[in-house]
Design a protein. Sequence first.
Length: 69
Amino acid sequence: MKNNKCIFFRETARGTRCILQSPEDWYRLKDRLIEYCMNGGKGCPYLGRYMRIKEKMRKSRVKYGSSNY
């Protein structure tokens, strides 16, 4: 059986939650977000934003020649 949970849906000291959110935001938003977490993150607005930022950072490193990451 394949585990299809989002990689950011993790066990923390304050329970299982999306680690892209603060604990306070998670508990406020979890009813809206849990479906994304259990579906590999597909369609999640927070995961999408994270990936766009990560891609921008990658492109800027390539553009300016940084090889630290």
